[in-house]
Design a protein around this ligand. Structure first.
Ligand code: CUA
Length: 340
């Protein structure tokens, strides 16, 4: 009784795990982009072909073992004799044909999907993503310079419109991967790679660096938001605007502290004296879901903890700890909270 209960529980847990793996913000089993749908077709065909082959091989093995056991000891066939058996010959020919058919199917499907992946589609938007240890710089290339947008660790994509993502690296090899939308593509120093993405479903997805790139490789994630065209255009319009001037006394103090401390050496805030390009652009920091490349939620407390001790949150990070009194830290965070 106990054993049956435990077996049922294990079965349920396995089924739940299996189902849970089929949906989510970071899984190739829940495609939300044209390219991911194509890759999903290859994966399903591969699973079917390889699964059937595997079961057939095991079946034949079991059959051969059973047959060998049943045969009388003096009738164990020798090589010359077996090849003469007409039924075995037919079996071998059939087996070879089956393997050939499976291989032809796999080759055809991967060829067609490869062709489809290479086809970008009409009127794509252009985005340049630069990988750094351990964050992502994101630049939207508009038709006019005034339409260029720089942000970090977050991509917004319009539903149904293709995007061509130009991928470069500032330091070591990284890999750009949003499993729900497309396959992986490496970012290699001194080389430019391109990846096409056509989102087919709105939602928030998670991207992750997929090539080991140092200590904080695991904490090199990013958010991808797929939204309807009007919403995306509104987001773009907000991103092209300069940062709002702080209104409160504390936020104004925070801005002047930001501009007089080391922060200004690395970060840019459009419309202020902060013009650093070593770290992420913070012009619309509060519009993002996470900070430190997907490491922490973008809340006041987390922002405070991150600035107070970046190395404590992300050991090895290049963001230094800037000596600040608690009053100064509070003022800077209050200012950063105005950057919507
Ligand atoms: Cu960047 Cu791993």
């Amino acid at each position: 009784m106990m054993r049956a209960g435990a077996a049922r529980l294990t079965g349920c847990a396995a089924a739940a795990l299996g189902l849970a793996a089929c949906s989510g913000v970071q899984t190739m089993l829940d495609p939300a982009g044209r390219q991911a749908q194509d890759i999903d077709v290859v994966w399903r065909v591969m699973l079917a072909v390889c699964g059937i082959m595997y079961l057939l091989v095991l079946g034949f093995l079991a059959w051969a073992l059973a047959r060998a056991r049943q045969a009388p000891p003096d009738r164990i066939p020798i090589i010359g004799e077996t090849s003469a058996e007409p039924s075995l010959r037919r079996g071998l020919v059939g087996w070879t044909a089956l393997i050939a058919a499976g291989l032809v199917l796999l080759t055809t499907v991967s060829f067609l999907v490869d062709r489809s992946l290479a086809d970008v589609g009409p009127a794509p938007i252009h985005i340049k993503v630069t990988a750094n240890q351990w964050w992502w710089n994101v630049e939207y290339r508009g038709d006019a310079p005034s339409e260029n947008v720089t942000t970090a660790n977050e991509l917004h994509l319009p539903l149904g419109r293709p995007a061509v993502i130009e991928l470069v690296s500032n330091d070591v090899i990284h890999s750009f991967w949003v499993p729900n939308l497309s396959g992986k593509t490496d970012l290699i120093p001194g080389r430019t790679n391109y990846l096409a993405v056509t989102p087919k479903r709105t939602g928030a997805f998670r991207g992750q660096c997929a090539e080991f790139c140092g200590f904080q490789h695991a904490k090199m994630a990013f958010d991808v938001v797929v939204e309807p065209k009007a919403q995306w255009e509104a987001w773009m319009a907000r991103q092209t605007a300069a940062a709002a001037q702080p209104a409160s006394f504390e936020a104004t103090l925070g801005q002047s502290l930001f501009e007089s401390k080391a922060c200004v050496m690395c970060h840019r805030i459009q419309g202020t004296n902060a013009g650093g390009t070593v770290g992420p652009d913070l012009t619309h920091l509060k519009s993002r879901a996470h900070i430190a490349a997907g490491t922490l939620p973008n809340s006041r407390g987390d922002l405070q903890a991150w600035i107070a001790d970046p190395g404590g949150v992300k050991p090895g990070t290049k963001m230094p700890r800037v000596a600040l009194s608690s009053q100064e830290l509070n003022a800077i965070v209050t200012y950063l909270e105005t950057l919507t």
